[in-house]
Design a protein around this ligand. Structure first.
Ligand code: BYC
Length: 344
């Protein structure tokens, strides 16, 4: 492993906190900040019209919009298998899952809009490469087993992270997470079912699912974000109750839960250093290649270009729908059309 620093952040965690404090004080907002932090300490939710430090708003817009982008881009690797699913039942389930992801993107964009971000700005940031989205969706889905492993491993990782976020201090994000987590649980089950079926199948099926685990294991561990000592946003997010667990804590929780399950299926994990540590009662992995993570989140992963090309084309192809909706909205507000769509 190398790398212990991620080069993108512009400020360190403590800088972000200092900035937030400085801003609040400069604006004579000491009391507001104290009240805001007391509300969070009491477990109250912060709602859209409430006073909040601008750094709280900025962090939430960054995180929620990246999360929304991840859902939307996340439809692509699995969507590629809808036409090739091995049975009608599997096809229907996968179609529903991919459709759910579009819905998750919608809830999340709406949650970000409650903070003042516009849909146009967020989409522009995604398509221009300014905004990040989860590293995991920049890898190819080479076989049907990949669909199983995404559902089982990737969705499970997402559930652990999002169950934490369902308790976050910002009301609209927390509430969106409750519903998303329920749906993600079904997604995990569909993936687990595919993996179990293949692991108990023919030698070729077993080899196929093992190959998928080998390719997705490390990128899934990276999903939780950089190590805590190199996570510039964590301190301020934890301070304000947006995150309540650190990247490394969630990653370790995932490893401890998934390793015994994979072993029970007779599968192996592509990490010669993986071992159970009696002292901490947890599974310890070998080093994670943070260089690879950095490359992927900076746009240089195996599929980044392809993902953005597909999204850009979809955006351009959808221009007429946006124009039609805009025209309808204008006519509606001018009283030319009614809600029942009847012309006056
Ligand atoms: N990928 O300070 P850090 C799904 C960036 S979708 C890319 O630790 P933070 C699904 C990070 O943004 C699930 N970039 O950040 C959908 C930051 O850069 P900026 C997606 C990453 O925010 C379809 C820099 O690295 N889930 O499950 O404290 C089908 C330093 O990181 C990643 C969410 O989005 C990454 N993995 O913690 C199937 C959950 N990790 O922004 C499944 C919401 C870090 O400063 N987000 N970076 O330029 C979060 O919980 C947190 O943002 C993270 C990172 C834990 C991801």
């Amino acid at each position: 492993m190398d790398g212990t620093t991620i080069d993108s952040p512009e400020t360190s965690a403590s800088d972000a906190e200092k900035l937030a404090h400085f801003e609040a004080r400069a604006a004579g907002d000491d009391e507001k900040l104290a009240y805001f932090e007391a509300r969070i300490a009491r477990g109250e939710k912060i709602e859209p019209g409430d006073w909040m430090p601008s750094e709280y708003r900025r962090q939430l817009i960054r995180m929620i919009s990246q999360h929304a982008h991840s859902e939307i881009v996340g439809q692509l690797p699995e969507g590629a298998w809808i036409t090739r699913a091995p049975s009608l039942r599997r096809k229907m389930i996968l179609l529903a899952k991919v459709q759910d992801e579009a819905g998750h993107g919608e809830y999340l964009y709406h949650a970000a809009e409650t903070l003042g971000a516009t849909r146009e700005e967020m989409l522009e940031a995604l398509l221009s490469g300014k905004a990040k989205y989860s590293n995991i969706f920049n890898y190819p889905t080479l076989t049907w087993a990949d669909v199983g492993v995404i559902g089982y491993l990737v969705d499970f990782a997402a559930i652990l992270n999002q169950t934490m976020l369902a308790h976050c201090s910002y009301g609209p994000y927390a509430r969106a997470m409750v519903r998303i987590c329920m749906e993600e649980n079904f997604h995990k089950k569909q993936g687990q079912d595919i993996v179990i079926t293949l692991a108990r199948g023919t030698l070729r099926q077993k080899a196929m699912v093992q190959d998928a685990i080998n390719r997705w294991w490390w990128p899934t561990l990276m999903m939780f974000g950089p190590p805590d000592n190199d996570s510039p946003n964590s301190a301020v997010l934890i301070r304000w109750g947006i995150k309540t667990r650190t990247n490394d804590e969630l990653r370790q929780d995932f490893i401890d839960k998934i390793v015994p399950e994979l072993y029970a299926l007779g599968l192996t994990i592509p990490d010669p250093e993986l071992h159970y540590d009696q002292a901490s009662s947890s599974w310890k992995t070998g080093p994670i290649q943070w260089d690879e993570f950095r490359q992927v989140i900076q746009g240089r992963g195996p599929c980044n270009q392809e993902r953005m090309q597909v999204r850009t084309r979809a955006h351009e192809d959808g221009a007429w729908v946006r124009e039609a909706m805009q025209a309808y909205a204008e006519r509606y507000s001018a009283g030319v059309v009614s809600t029942s769509n009847e012309e006056h």
